[in-house]
Design a protein around this ligand. Structure first.
Ligand code: NAD
Length: 285
């Protein structure tokens, strides 16, 4: 390296150190793509047995993470973990967990640490939707949606907090929704829960900003998964949704995975409390 180049790197390193960044590793010698790698990390994905959660689990494993994925049915979770392991050569564990139950959430976190010795990344993905005009919905409908989509992530975040804080590094990805920002008729429990999840994301981002824990929300638009079966099976609702998406199509679950890798990795080191929309342009209108 020439004298001038070396002097410039030393000067830049000093500027970064004095701005509070962690080290000059950010400046030299690392390919940008290396910062997306998740080797050595352990990621926990709730509701990871199918749909967007499965796609996220696959993407994180392909970037090098060991995976714990959960579903309410333990056998389904174990079978999916087996296929993630076979596809990516990374040890994976499947657990039967209902995220609305505190004891099951705490056991999930304990089993993750028991199996892999650590936990670095939490993806709060499990979620449900019950649609209908407010006067047709029951109190049980409201409780089911809000407990799954909002209380569940809150319980999971609370359970991982001591672990992430102790290691001074963590990533939490809350799978919220474009429906946490905008809405449509017939979505009172869902939109309320996802709006709450987006604000849970911002609040925890502030609480943990000095603990090395970044908390961000991924906000998908319409993806062709089981949660949307009622819309996908109704030609009129399906066409209407497509007409409202500027890209004029449904998302494919694999289109969410790379963004999850970004938020789970060092590539997003200066990013917390944000909402990342992957919606074919829906919310840009
Ligand atoms: P999906 O129905 O295929 O998957 C939902 C997953 O959550 C399933 O694995 C299910 O078993 C699990 N789950 C539900 N309730 C649970 C509970 N109480 N405990 C544990 N697991 C539970 O749907 P998806 O599209 O893959 O949804 C994943 C997430 O993405 C959800 O949070 C959903 O709200 C969100 N989302 C989806 C879309 C979309 O268009 N598909 C859009 C925006 C947001």
């Amino acid at each position: 390296m020439s004298f001038q180049l070396r002097a410039r790197s030393v000067r830049l390193a000093w500027v970064v150190e004095s701005c509070g960044a962690r080290s000059s590793e950010y400046l030299v010698g690392r390919n940008a793509l290396d910062r997306f790698r998740l080797d050595g990390k352990v990621a926990l994905v709730t509701g990871g047995s199918r749909g967007l959660g499965r796609a996220i689990a696959d993407a994180l494993a392909s970037a090098g993470a060991r995976i714990v994925l959960t579903a309410r049915d333990g056998e389904v979770a174990a079978a999916t973990a087996g296929s993630v392991e076979a596809a990516h050569g990374k040890p994976s564990l499947g657990l039967g967990v209902d995220v609305t139950h505190r004891d099951q959430v705490e056991a999930m976190v304990a089993k993750t640490v028991e199996a892999f010795g650590r936990l670095d990344i939490l993806v709060n993905n499990a979620g449900i939707n019950i649609r209908g005009p407010i006067e047709t919905l029951s109190e049980d409908d409201w409780d089911a949606v809000v407990d799954t989509n909002l209380k569940g992530p809150w319980l999971c975040c609370r359970a991982v907090a001591p672990i992430l804080k102790a290691q001074k590094w963590g990533r939490v990805i809350n799978v919220s929704s474009m429906m946490g920002e905008i809405s449509m008729p017939g979505r009172t429990p869902y939109s309320s829960s996802k709006g709450g999840l987006t604000l849970l994301t911002k609040t925890l981002a502030l609480e943990w900003a000095r603990d090395g824990i970044n908390v961000n929300a991924l906000c998908p638009g319409p993806f062709a998964t089981e949660i949307n079966t009622p819309l996908l099976n109704d030609p009129q609702a399906r066409a209407q949704m497509e007409a409202n998406v500027p890209m004029a199509r449904w998302g494919d679950p694999t289109e969410l995975g790379p963004a999850a890798v970004f938020l789970a990795s060092d590539a997003s080191s200066f990013m917390t409390g944000t909402t990342l929309f992957i919606d074919g342009g829906y919310t840009a209108r």
